[in-house]
Design a protein around this ligand. Structure first.
Ligand code: ZN
Length: 340
């Protein structure tokens, strides 16, 4: 019997808000701004985001970024996200946003007004459904060290809108961790948490660098740590959680498509693992789909353990963590609300 994964109270730690834009909303924004979306507007809705290789995915990411132009667009995006998250049983989330990508595509966008609009949407969602959402500003490796520091400064300035940390996505092979030590130190000195994508497009040395040089408190993906037992041991000893996104890992090649995902081996080695969906709309998945995939290979006890890991790995205040733990324990004690 399978768990009712929708009822399972969940914490979401690795989801890019821009990557949650639904295909229908993407087309709507394209029409609103008079953007020619080409084939993407003509194929069946379910095929809007189809891609077959990484190059095509980058073009898709560009097109999505093109349609998100105004604070109002981000209000809609955040509102849609929060409604969908609540419907999937998410209680608390720390979502990535990439302001340096917004301004790359749209020089004139009012960044503070955009954060304010998203905050308004998310606060309304909290009142309606109880879901709480904080922001982590991605510094985006590809824009270089100076821009990363500017984005870290922006993240600090946006704390009143619910920014609690900085992250580091982008091309880890070409833009290694050591370039970003200054930006991470600045963020930490100003009270922000620090996380980093690593061990996705580059190997275990990149994971080690994110931990040792950047002081990352969590690692996005980190799956290629499995290639070096010493790095697995480092993650386990320092209790650095991994945010694992199985579908994303398969599509980007971070994990081999033909083998069971290494999440089970990492868990067995004592690494704290959590489950997430990365860019769910673009990857054609949902948080529940990712939980289901892991449940099918590792079983329901692993699901409860990983859901508990996400609570502990979050940056939620202690009182919020207590409430989340209690809710998860109640769900487990009731048998996890078995699906019928
Ligand atoms: Zn990611």
């Amino acid at each position: 019997m399978a768990l009712d994964l929708r009822a399972l109270p969940k914490v979401q730690l690795h989801c890019h808000l821009e990557g949650t834009l639904s295909a229908a909303r993407f087309r709507e924004l394209g029409a609103k701004h008079g953007i020619d979306l080409g084939e993407r507007a003509r194929v069946p809705l379910a095929d809007t985001y189809r891609f077959t290789n990484f190059g095509e995915f980058l073009l898709l990411f560009r097109d999505v970024s093109e349609t998100l132009r105004t604070p109002e667009d981000y209000y809609t995006l955040a509102s849609d996200y929060a409604r969908d998250a609540a419907a999937q049983g998410v209680r608390y989330a720390e979502v990535f946003v990439s302001p340096s990508v917004w301004t790359w595509f749209h020089h004139g966008i009012d960044v503070e007004a955009t954060f304010a609009a998203m905050r308004t949407a998310l606060d309304a969602a909290t009142r309606q459904t109880g879901v709480e959402v904080a922001f982590i500003c991605d510094l985006t490796r590809n824009f270089g060290a100076d821009r990363a520091l500017q984005t870290a400064e922006l993240a600090v300035a946006m704390k009143p809108y619910g920014v609690i940390g900085v992250g580091l996505g982008g091309d880890e092979a070409k833009w290694p961790a050591e370039l970003f030590e200054g930006a991470f130190a600045y963020a930490r000195e100003h009270g922000l948490h620090t996380v980093a994508h690593a061990g996705e497009a580059a190997g275990p040395a990149s994971v080690r660098a994110a931990v040792e040089r950047l002081g990352a408190q969590r690692i996005g993906h980190g799956v290629r740590a499995i290639e070096d037992p010493a790095v697995v041991d480092l993650l386990a000893r320092r209790r650095i959680p991994l945010e694992i996104c199985p579908t994303s890992n398969r599509l980007t090649g971070a994990a081999p498509a033909h083998l069971p995902h290494p999440i089970g081996d990492l868990d067995a080695a004592g690494v704290i693992v959590t489950i997430d969906a990365d860019d769910p709309a673009l990857f054609g998945t949902t948080l529940i789909d990712e939980y289901r995939e892991v449940e099918q290979t590792l079983g329901s006890q692993a699901i409860f353990r990983f859901a508990a890991n996400a609570i502990e790995a979050s940056f939620a205040p202690a009182s919020r963590k207590d409430a989340l733990r209690a809710e998860l324990a109640a769900s487990r004690d009731s048998g996890g609300a078995v699906e019928v």
